[in-house]
Design a protein around this ligand. Structure first.
Ligand code: SAM
Ligand code: SF4
Ligand code: SF4
Length: 338
């Protein structure tokens, strides 16, 4: 097994946040206009990212997802896609985007080697879309979504965070839209990421609730988690019209199979989405360390990893012990990537 942590979890997936900037201000993610942005000189270059990615692959990582902030606001992202896809022909490379700049970039991303993509769309109502993203335009995002499909990206998945009283009336509309147009819907339980959103458990529409709503209208059968460790539990429609995934991050945590490591745009290595801090890998990298030294640092951090934040949160929530998100200072989602 490649590099087990203290709970026996291998280092399989690397999520790279290529920028902390975003052209949206989703209410559940980064609701404020201004943040303390990472200085441009602190952001890892494509050369640095390529080198680190190669070292992670040597350690057993098989999947890389590019995220942010909004990854498509990073200039020439296709160049990075090209560099990463050339590292290993078997690499499972993907990208999560809000889709606003996708129509213009889908062709270049595909030509550089990207084959699959996740586009975040929480609502199909233009006014609500504007309210939830503050700066987004639904038509532009839908144009990007369809362009991604036309260009040959497959699968094109749609990520939707479902928040009670905000967009929970659109679960079936989103499923219907995805089924009709050949996309794969992925619902995500609303989480208390970062420190800026106003999360409370009652706003989380649970995986069980989402499944019941979908199943009553479009019957499904459970397939399971991809590779046994993916965050989403996948279901196939009994009528053969594709699949959906539901990520029960809060109420059905999957820490026991969490093989994900994260790299922030300024090169911090973070072993959990809810971590308070990360290890400054950039300092090691820019300090002139050789490949072996960098790998030893990564290996030491991973093998010492004991993170299971969502398991512990659910233990407290479900036992009535109480859980106050603000008692835990976390790295913002925009810095970490989803
Ligand atoms: N900007 C890109 C996007 O929106 O797709 C990539 C970064 S975003 C942080 C990655 C994913 O995290 C998105 O699908 C987003 O919906 C999800 N996300 C953000 N805040 C969340 C929250 N509080 N709970 C659950 N998912 C969240
Ligand atoms: Fe930006 Fe994505 Fe966060 Fe929305 S979810 S604010 S698009 S990083
Ligand atoms: Fe992995 Fe941390 Fe999420 Fe658990 S809470 S699944 S350890 S990222």
């Amino acid at each position: 097994m490649p590099l087990p942590d203290t709970l026996g979890r291998p280092i399989r997936d690397l999520r790279i946040s290529v920028t902390d900037r975003c052209n949206f201000r989703c209410t559940y993610c980064m609701p404020f206009d201004e943040y303390t942005w990472i200085d441009r000189h602190e952001v890892l270059t494509f050369e640095e990212l390529e080198r680190l990615a190669r070292l992670f692959l040597d350690l057993g990582t098989q999947k890389i997802r590019l995220t942010g902030g909004e990854p498509l606001v990073r200039s020439n992202l296709d160049e990075l896609i090209g560099r990463l896809s050339r590292l290993d022909s078997n690499l499972d490379l993907s990208l999560t985007t809000n889709g606003a700049l996708l129509a213009a970039q889908a062709g270049a991303l595909y030509a550089a080697g990207l084959r699959r993509i996740n586009v975040s769309i929480d609502t199909l109502k233009p006014d609500r879309f504007k309210e939830m993203t503050k700066r987004g335009n639904l038509d532009e995002v839908l144009a990007g979504l369809f362009q991604a499909k036309k260009i040959g990206l497959s699968p094109v998945k749609i990520n939707a965070v479902i928040i009670r009283g905000v967009n929970d009336d659109e679960i079936l509309d989103l499923v219907d839209f995805a089924r009709t147009n050949g996309f794969e819907m992925r619902f995500i339980e609303y989480m208390d990421v970062g420190n800026a959103n106003a999360w409370s458990l009652d706003k989380t529409v649970t995986k069980k609730e989402i499944l019941e709503i979908v199943h009553a209208r479009f019957p499904v059968r459970e397939i399971g988690r991809a590779h046994g460790s993916a965050p989403a539990v996948d279901y196939e429609f009994l009528d053969g019209a594709g699949e959906i995934g539901i990520i029960g991050s809060v109420t059905e945590p999957f820490c026991a199979s969490c093989t994900r490591v994260r790299l922030t745009a300024d090169g911090k290595l973070v072993t959990c989405l809810f971590a308070e801090s990360g290890f400054d890998l950039k300092a090691v990298l820019r300090g002139g360390a050789g490949d072996q030294e960098i790998q030893e640092k990564i290996a030491a951090i991973w093998t010492g990893r004991a993170d299971r934040y969502s398991d512990l949160r659910w233990e407290r929530l479900s036992s009535g012990a109480g859980y106050r998100p603000r008692d835990h200072k976390k790295i913002e989602m925009i810095t970490l990537g989803g």
